[in-house]
Design a protein around this ligand. Structure first.
Ligand code: ACO
Length: 401
């Protein structure tokens, strides 16, 4: 491991690393991954333990502050978050400007970017108190905005956050409440969603977090930085994979079609990939996928949902794990492979899957943004390139071209 930044400038050292497969862009003390061993730690705590014993809001506190909170610290954090859940009334005008079938990720990215226009009072990125306020606002408002994206897309009136509910329950309430009937929240659904949020909360320098840091490195405000992270997350090679997995499973349709899907995924003349398989860092089972697979069976059983897509997914996993192509390339199911089946069982529509991911990842994005601003001597992110274009040449007037 060579620290290029520590080399004298005269060394002229210049690296070419497309896709940043071997380049650390920063030091970070937040999340650790051992991709060969399938290990994931948040601030040193194994993901398996946090999934079993913690809650999303506690994990958010941990990511932001580096330590698990005491009872009093957690109560203070929860209180602060639940008092910033409201969406500014004027933000509703933004929604009304969107076409009714706009993708919720488009509405989410635009709405979060617009928060910098509403909260410019506390936007000194060099002030620790302002940074903390932005973190709380983002974590608090994300579910409210996400639920508004959904409700707008189906023509329902926006709903207000009920601050006497816990984080995930409050979100589910905003998603599904209708004026005429009191909403009966299923505790199994809330627990499952909380677990998915824990598992998605951070994942070191993935594409969206690196985007947040790159934008943040320019001194841009936290809402603009996180909005950029949302747009990076949207792509099907990243967070958009959860939506793509469900669409793929629906297209495969039956366990009988699994073999041909695997054949297509291996064919280099076909762009089809097994969505939810493979990872840049994990060359072993994604530890989050193991937890989600187990949870998927449990949630479906407890909610009494019989989803034939689960059978298709299991057959696909079994077929891929036996196939030489996938074995050689160490392509295992990732976090997105089974999460969509759980979201579907919770009645969350497919277009909202990546929004779910964004709600959870906001905790990680803002923790990284804060860490970046707390690091002395941080520089603007400015990758270099290998130029492959023309050499110098003279301008040719249009009548001579
Ligand atoms: N299906 C079929 N083949 C695959 C798949 C897949 N899902 N993933 C990788 N491969 C193959 C590639 O074609 C390549 O084969 P080759 O060596 O013969 O050329 C080899 O495996 C290595 O793949 P790369 O694309 O170089 O791996 P990279 O690390 O750049 O990409 C990625 C990782 C984007 C996750 C990729 O595996 C992929 O596209 N997976 C499907 C999308 C997905 O599930 N994304 C979610 C990732 S997790 C997350 O962001 C939350």
């Amino acid at each position: 491991c060579v620290d290029i930044a520590a080399l004298p400038k005269e060394s002229g050292c210049f690296t070419f690393d497309p896709g940043f497969g071997a380049t650390a862009s920063t030091k970070s003390a937040i999340t650790y991954i051992d991709g060969d061993a399938g290990v994931l730690l948040y601030r040193g705590y194994p993901i398996e333990q946090l999934a079993e014993k913690s809650s999303f809001l506690e994990v958010a506190y941990l990511l932001l502050n580096g330590e698990l909170p005491s009872k009093e610290e957690f109560a203070g954090f929860e209180h602060a978050v639940s008092h910033h859940t409201m969406m500014h009334e004027s933000l509703k005008h933004f929604f009304r400007g969107f076409h009714h079938d706009a993708h919720p990720m488009a509405m989410l990215a635009a709405s979060v970017a617009s928060l910098s226009a509403f909260y410019h009072d506390n936007l000194d990125v060099d002030d620790p108190a302002d940074r903390k306020m932005a973190a709380i606002r983002l974590i608090a408002k994300m579910p409210t905005i996400a639920a508004a994206c959904y409700r707008y897309s189906i023509g329902w009136p926006f709903s207000y956050p009920r601050n006497n509910l816990e984080y995930v329950e409050r979100f589910l309430h905003m998603m599904f409440e209708v004026p005429s009937e009191p909403l009966q929240l299923n505790p199994v659904a809330a627990k499952a969603l909380d677990l998915l949020f824990i598992l998605h909360a951070d994942h070191e320098q993935n594409a969206s977090t690196s985007t947040v840091r790159l934008v943040g490195s320019t001194g841009a405000n936290p809402y603009a930085s996180v909005a950029a992270g949302i747009t990076a997350l949207w792509g099907p090679a990243h967070g958009g994979a959860n939506e793509a997995v469900l669409k793929m499973l629906e297209e495969i349709g039956s366990p009988d079609n699994v073999e041909s899907a695997v054949r297509r995924a291996k064919d280099k003349n076909d762009n089809f990939r097994l969505m939810g398989f493979g990872h840049r860092v994990y060359k072993n089972f994604d530890p989050r996928a193991k937890i989600i697979r187990e949870m998927c069976h449990k949630v479906l059983a407890e909610l009494g949902v019989n989803d034939p897509l689960l059978e298709v997914a299991m057959k696909l996993e079994e077929a891929a794990l036996k196939d030489e192509y996938f074995v050689e390339r160490k392509l295992y199911p990732n976090v997105d492979f089974y999460s969509g089946i759980i979201y579907k069982a919770l009645r969350i529509p497919t277009e909202m899957f990546t929004v779910m991911f964004a709600i959870a990842r906001t905790a990680g994005w803002i923790a990284h943004w804060i860490e970046q601003h707390e690091t002395p001597g941080a520089r603007i992110g400015r990758p270099r390139q290998l130029y492959t274009g023309s050499g110098v040449r003279d301008y040719v007037p249009v009548d001579k071209r």
